[in-house]
Structures are given as structure tokens and as C-alpha cells.
Design a protein around this ligand. Structure first.
Ligand code: FAD
Length: 540
């Protein structure tokens, strides 16, 4: 290995967020380097993400991996229900119904429905796609140690984990996707603001012959309830024999040598006689935190290094994919010279509020789990117990709607007050976790509609800006010329379909490379350069 590597962009961390950034940069044709301290991808079986939301799947569609995920994901015919019970073989309490992948319909407002895929299968799919694209130099077994930045770039010291030899990587930009304990964030002295919610212990377990009370069958996950709250979540990972149990509470959950998870597993199954094998234990801290800053000069944070959230909602990984979708085109614009000098500041102003929003939603869901509900009679075998269980079931089905049906979190976030978005004065759509209202209002994701050639409008976006024109007779050549003079990539696309025109509401809609609306109007602005300078970040 040479003592110094030079690369335009260095990604630190080969988790799902680092790999997603590598996919987008590769899709843009940008060579870059990724370092990961582990010896490979998903070398340990991670009991983490399982749910990929609609927006993440739209990005995976762009990068060519959405179909592959259908093959490795959760069995398509397995229901997605959440069952509330006292144990798998205990009393049935209630059920939130969620369709299987086969039964679920792709909503009209997206070309991609949400997908279930356990992270230990997702990460290798992403890593293989990165390798196939061939533009990422992946260095496994390489640990980020420290960095210094100057006006032209960042000099990074890294360590070969096996030999402990250190070497240098010189890059223009460093993106820290190194997870919640991010060393890069710590070296930058950026505080992680928020709160600790609890201490959790997850175990991946294999149960070859799991039987349960018939009323409880068919769940993807089980929220197990005692006299006061949810004490355990039991989740089917592969729809067959691999399960994840998570128990939460005080700090003793982190001490895997002393905490007796075996007793919890038996209690959750509701039997001492069902054989199981513990595959892996993962102690973790449930928190709701946001980095005070997402960027510091040429160093940027993305994914869990920038924010943490309770998994109650399954938004951590998805939010990280949203981060890198926003960041990637800004990095390209900065490298190619058409992005403003401070464009990356817009990344922070756009993504930090989204991280805070999503984390807050997860905490609200978690609060419904752990509030003391005084479910005193939940184990009573008689009518008193039946009445209590019905009441508790109805309560959870209603209280956790935001957790199981969160399409508004996935698609409804918007970049309000972004310095690179030009507002048009129209009012925002409601921002609800469970509702998404398509809108082409500036700052929102440009809505999906099917084009006559079978593509989605979303498939038009990505390489440069796209000016959607809904009136042929409008001459846009002055804007095109202005873009050319600034080196801003811009393509005009004529849309004939009146239904799409009414969805987008204006005759001209300027869409950014990340598929978000930057500006819209019925005619060109008085000053085209002013518009372009705003959206490329030259006025920050
Ligand atoms: C129980 C549970 C369930 C979850 N379910 C969901 C879900 O359904 N949907 C969802 O969206 N999210 C879910 N999440 C959250 C999701 O797992 C995380 O948000 C996601 O893994 C974050 O990805 P990341 O790449 O940012 O960080 P990580 O996955 O933490 O990856 C960071 C990578 O950086 C590497 N690294 C760290 N330090 C260094 C260094 N110094 N040098 C080199 N490499 C380094 C690490 O080895 C690791 O590979 C869940 C989490 C938990 C705990």
C-alpha cells in the first residue's frame, strides 16, 4: 500500500449510509474512496434495520438495486402485522394489520412501495452494487484516526487494522458516515444534542420450531405487554426462524455478561421448553440526538453520525439515505465548480431539521410504548381480563398508527427556509407522519406521475437540474443560456400530460438533482442569473 492516497471524496464508514453515498457518487460518475474498519460488509449479523421506506426505495430504484432487494427481503407472502400479546403463547391483546409485500399496493404517489429487508442482507446488496459500479475504492480493515483540513482539502490519517500501520488519504471532502459514536464528529468538537431514552439489549436468535397461540400467529413483530407497558419487542427477521428480541430499561441491559436475556426470551415465548440459539447480542443506547452542526468546512456528517433516533418507526437508516441523497449532488456541484463556495451549508440547513423532525416522531412512538398504562387486569383469565385486553389492544392500535403507517415521514419532509430554494408564497401542505400530500411547492420532493413512455417523473431527475415545461410556447432559452454561462447543468423537459401539469401547478418547475423542487412560476424570472445563483448556492 502507498503512503498517500489521493481521492476527491473520502467516505468514512461502510454501513448502509456510507454505501448509499458511494452508490450515488458512482451513479454520478465520481470516483471516490470508502474506508471501513471492519474486514468486510456485514461481517457481524446486525439486529438492526428491517424497513426501507418509499423514498429510500426511490433512491434504490435510481441506483439499480430496488429489484434485487425484493429477492433478499422478507418473504413476500408473510403478513407485516404487529401483534400485541402478553407473550407469544400468552393472551392475544390486539393487532395492527399491515399487508404482506405481495398484498401491499404501490401507492399512487410513488413508483416504489416500502420494502422489508434485514440489514445484514441489505448491506451486502449495496456493497455488491458499489463494487459492480467500479468507481469506489473500498478499503476494508482501515480505521479513520484523525484529520486536518486546509483551504484546498483534508488530510486524513488512517490505520490498517491488521498491521497497525498508518497512512494518509488526501481528499477534497470527507464525509463521516461512521455511526452514532462518530470519531469525526468528536474531533470536530460538534456536540450531540438531545436525550437518552433508555438502554436496550437486542439478541438475534434462531428458533427452528416456534409454536404460538393461534390467535397470535401471523405477526411480523410482537409487542409484549405486562401490567403497565410494552416490556419487549419480538420481531421476525427472516419470516422463518431468525428472530430479534429487544428488551429495554435501565443500564444493566448493556452488561451482556451479567444480564440474563435467556430468562427474557423464555418469558417472551411464554414457555421454557422451546429450544432456541442466541446468535448475537447487541447492547445499545436508545437516544434522540442531533449533531449541533452537520458540516465544518470540508468535513460533513451523514446518517447516525449526524442524528440518532429510537427505532420505533424505523426511520434511522431511511433518514441517513435522505441525507446522502441531498448531499451527493452538492458534492458533485462543489467538485465540478458550478456549486457556490458555501453550498454545503445548505445541506446542514436542509437536513438537520429533517433529522430532528424524524427523531421526534420516533420518540413520540416510543412514549406510547413505555407510558404506565395501568393495564392491571391484562393477565386475568376471566371477563375482567378480556375487557382489559380489548381496551389495551384498541389503545395500542390507535396510539401506534404513526409508527406503522408513516408515509408522511418518508415522503412529506420539506426544506423550509433553505437558502437554495426559492419560495413561491404558496402555503405548506400539512406535515403529518401518516399522510403525504403530493405537491410541487418549492422545497418539496417533486411528485411522481407516470409519463407516457412508462417512466416516472422521478426517473427524469438526478443528472443536473431539470426544467419541467408544461407550455411549449414558453421560450426558456435565456435561462438555458444563463445556466450554460455558469456551467450549471440544465435540461428542459416538455410534459404534455394535463394531469401532470395540474399536479405541478405552474408552467415552469425547476427540479434539483436530488429530485426536489427549487423554484416554480408561470414565466421566467426577471433575472435568470439571480435565480441560478440562488439555487446553486452562490449567494450563501
Ligand atoms: C433495533 C434496531 C432496529 C432498527 N430498525 C430500523 C429500520 O427498520 N429502519 C431504519 O431506517 N432504521 C432502523 N434502525 C436504525 C439503523 O440501523 C441505523 O440508522 C443505520 O444503521 C445507520 O447507518 P449508518 O451507516 O449511518 O451507521 P452504522 O450502521 O453505524 O455504520 C457505521 C459504519 O462505520 C464504521 N466505522 C465506525 N467508526 C469507524 C472508523 N473510525 N473508521 C472506519 N470505519 C468506522 C462502522 O464499522 C460501521 O460499519 C434500527 C436500529 C436498531 C438498533
Amino acid at each position: 500500500m502507498t503512503d498517500q492516497i489521493t481521492t476527491p471524496i473520502l467516505i468514512v464508514g461502510g454501513g448502509p449510509v456510507g454505501l448509499s453515498l458511494a452508490l450515488d457518487l458512482g451513479w454520478r460518475g465520481i470516483k471516490h474512496t470508502l474506508i471501513e474498519r471492519d474486514s468486510g460488509t456485514a461481517v457481524v449479523m446486525l439486529a438492526k434495520a428491517n424497513g426501507l421506506d418509499e423514498r429510500t426505495m426511490e433512491m434504490y430504484r435510481r441506483w439499480g438495486v430496488s429489484d434485487r432487494l425484493k429477492e433478499v427481503g422478507f418473504p413476500a407472502d408473510h403478513p407485516g402485522d404487529t401483534v400485541y400479546a402478553t407473550s407469544l403463547n400468552g393472551y392475544y391483546i390486539g393487532r395492527s394489520i399491515l399487508a404482506s409485500m405481495n398484498e401491499s399496493k404501490t401507492p399512487a404517489f410513488t413508483p416504489q412501495k416500502a420494502q422489508r429487508a434485514p440489514q445484514y442482507e441489505l448491506d451486502p446488496v449495496l456493497a455488491n452494487a458499489v463494487k459492480t459500479r467500479g468507481l469506489t475504492d473500498i478499503l476494508y480493515g482501515t480505521e479513520f484516526d484523525r484529520f486536518e483540513q486546509d483551504e484546498d482539502g483534508v488530510t486524513v490519517k488512517v490505520i490498517d487494522v491488521k498491521t497497525q500501520r498508518s497512512f494518509t488519504i488526501r481528499c477534497k471532502y470527507l464525509v463521516a458516515c461512521d455511526g452514532a459514536g462518530s470519531k469525526a464528529r468528536q474531533l470536530l468538537g460538534i456536540s450531540f444534542e438531545g436525550k437518552q431514552l433508555d438502554f436496550s439489549l437486542s439478541a438475534m436468535i434462531r428458533i427452528p420450531n416456534l409454536k404460538m397461540t393461534p390467535a397470535n400467529m401471523g405477526g411480523e413483530r410482537y409487542l409484549l405487554i405486562n401490567e403497565s407497558s410494552v416490556w419487549c419487542v419480538f420481531t421476525s427477521v427472516d419470516g422463518r426462524e431468525i428472530w430479534r428480541i429487544t428488551v429495554h430499561g435501565s443500564q444493566d441491559r448493556l452488561d451482556v455478561d451479567r444480564y440474563d436475556i435467556t430468562a427474557d426470551i423464555k418469558r417472551a415465548i411464554g414457555s421454557d421448553d422451546v429450544p432456541f440459539e442466541i446468535l448475537r447480542l447487541i447492547p445499545w443506547r436508545r437516544s434522540q440526538c442531533s449533531a449541533a452542526k452537520y458540516e465544518a468546512g470540508r468535513v460533513v456528517l451523514a446518517g447516525d453520525s449526524a442524528h440518532t433516533m429510537s427505532p420505533t418507526g424505523g426511520h434511522g437508516l431511511n433518514t441517513g439515505v435522505g441525507d446522502v441523497s441531498d448531499l451527493s449532488w452538492m458534492l458533485q456541484a462543489s467538485l465540478d465548480g458550478w456549486g457556490g463556495k458555501n453550498l454545503l451549508k445548505a445541506y446542514e440547513q436542509e437536513r438537520r431539521p429533517v433529522g430532528i423532525r424524524n427523531a421526534a416522531s420516533c420518540t413520540r412512538n416510543y412514549a406510547a410504548w413505555v407510558q404506565d398504562g395501568k393495564y392491571t387486569d391484562v393477565f386475568d383469565p376471566g371477563p375482567k381480563g378480556d375487557a382489559c385486553r380489548k381496551k389495551v389492544g384498541d389503545h395500542f392500535v390507535n396510539a401506534l398508527k404513526d409508527e406503522w403507517y408513516s408515509v408522511g415521514i418518508a415522503l412529506g419532509y420539506r426544506y423550509e427556509n433553505s437558502p437554495v430554494i426559492v419560495p413561491d408564497g404558496s402555503p405548506p401542505t400539512p406535515d403529518s407522519p401518516i399522510e403525504y400530500i403530493p405537491t410541487a411547492r418549492p422545497g418539496h420532493r417533486a411528485p411522481h406521475a407516470w409519463l407516457s413512455d412508462g417512466r416516472s417523473t422521478i426517473d427524469l431527475f438526478g443528472h443536473g437540474f431539470v426544467l419541467l415545461r408544461f407550455a411549449h410556447d414558453l421560450d426558456v432559452s435565456t435561462l438555458e443560456n444563463a445556466a450554460r454561462s455558469l456551467g450549471v447543468p440544465l435540461m428542459t423537459y416538455d410534459v404534455e400530460d394535463p394531469k401532470i401539469a395540474s399536479l405541478y401547478e405552474r408552467k415552469l418547475v425547476l427540479v434539483r438533482p436530488d429530485g426536489f423542487v427549487a423554484w416554480r412560476a408561470d414565466k421566467l424570472p426577471a433575472d435568470n442569473l439571480e435565480l441560478l445563483n440562488t439555487v446553486r448556492g452562490a449567494k450563501i
